[in-house]
Design a protein around this ligand. Structure first.
Ligand code: ADP
Ligand code: MG
Length: 335
């Protein structure tokens, strides 16, 4: 089972990444599908489809089939997966024929959906398919020693959800998952601009504003940006200038929810592992953790060290791809 090429697929709600041990990250695309509304034919996936969101004529829709951390549309999710598998087996030539595949599914996926994803990948030419829990994958990808009897705390902030987990000796000791992530920060920005400027902006614009002007509640040098939307009074396009201080206030509530979830998980930690956490702290991964000042803000408010994973957006994919080694190692130790 371990002789063949192993690839890891991070089926994220915002981004899908594929990692191969020999080649590193071989695919990184937004989890978006564009389809013809009449024929239901998939027209594009990934970046190409993401650029169509909010801009398509009535005959085409661009959707995120795994929004909010759950599989909202299973057929589209498997269509997306099929296209991903096709690309990686085709573009990489013979080396990826019959790979062993490890898939990390969204946390909110049901048992039935997980099983269906496993079957779907299997039927697309995998030799074997194993599923892995997202926090364990993120921790492995962040180079944490998850196979040792040490408390490893991983905080993964994705598009639809945030997961906080304490992992020790290969398994999740305790965890919290909340339906709050980067997408909700985008929503808060859309609502703030509508309420305060009477201007409607699209979700792609909101995401750009977040990346540029979004700060966790810490002191920073204010910056400004021009953003374009539709004036709700006149119906015409309008450009407004917003500041990072405004956006910072607009997104604070969502960030506080994540902070509370981290605190709750740390409080649930078994006494024997608390000492490790005080020494080793927590590690952040996922695109949502890239909000400006997020790490420094957490350092101010929780009493343990806070570290950033080496490549926060790639941790889950890398960990998924490497997980078989750990599973093998743990199995050996247990025997
Ligand atoms: P998922 O695991 O759900 O696919 P990701 O870990 O890929 O999610 O993270 C996606 C989220 O991270 C999105 O909400 C995206 O807007 C956000 N994000 C990506 N880069 C940044 C950045 N530089 N600053 C703030 N948020 C970011
Ligand atoms: Mg993720």
């Amino acid at each position: 089972m371990f002789g063949n090429t192993t690839i890891g697929i991070d089926l994220g709600t915002a981004n899908i990444l594929v990692y191969s041990k020999s080649k590193g990250i071989i695919l990184n695309e937004p989890s978006v599908v564009a389809l013809d509304t009449k024929s239901k034919q998939v027209l594009a996936i990934g970046q190409e489809a993401k650029e169509m969101i909010g801009k398509t004529p009535a005959s085409i829709v661009a959707v995120r089939p795994m929004r909010d951390g759950v599989i909202a549309d299973f057929d589209l999710t498997s269509g997306l997966l099929r296209e991903i598998m096709r690309r990686i087996t085709k573009e990489s030539g013979t080396s990826f024929r019959k790979p062993n595949v490890v898939v990390c599914t969204p946390t909110g996926a049901t048992t039935v959906e997980r099983r269906a994803i496993q079957d779907a990948v299997q039927s697309m030419g995998a030799k074997s398919v194993v599923l892995i829990e997202e926090p364990v994958a993120a921790a492995i990808g962040a180079d944490l020693p998850v196979d040792e009897p040490i408390a490893n705390v991983i905080v993964d902030i994705g598009g639809g959800t945030s997961e906080i987990a304490i992992i020790s000796y290969g398994g999740v000791v305790s965890s919290t998952s909340i339906r709050t992530g980067g997408d909700h920060i985008d929503d808060e920005i859309v609502q703030y601009i509508r309420k305060n400027y009477n201007v409607l902006i699209g979700e792609a614009t909101a995401e750009r504003v977040k990346m540029e002007l979004g700060y966790a509640p810490i002191a920073h040098t204010e910056i400004h940006a021009d953003i374009r939307g539709r004036d709700l009074l006149t119906g015409l396009p309008k450009t407004i200038t917003v500041s990072s201080t405004e956006i910072q206030a607009a997104i604070e509530e969502t960030l506080n929810k994540i902070l509370e979830a981290i605190r709750t998980t740390l409080e649930q930690c078994p006494a024997e592992l608390s000492g490790d956490i005080v020494d080793r702290g927590i590690v952040l991964s996922g695109g949502g953790s890239l909000i400006h000042g997020f790490k420094d803000w957490l350092i101010e408010l929780i009493d343990v060290p806070v570290h950033m994973a080496p490549n926060p957006m790639e941790s889950v994919a890398v960990g998924t791809g490497r997980s078989l080694e750990y599973i093998e190692k743990l199995n050996k130790t247990l025997k």
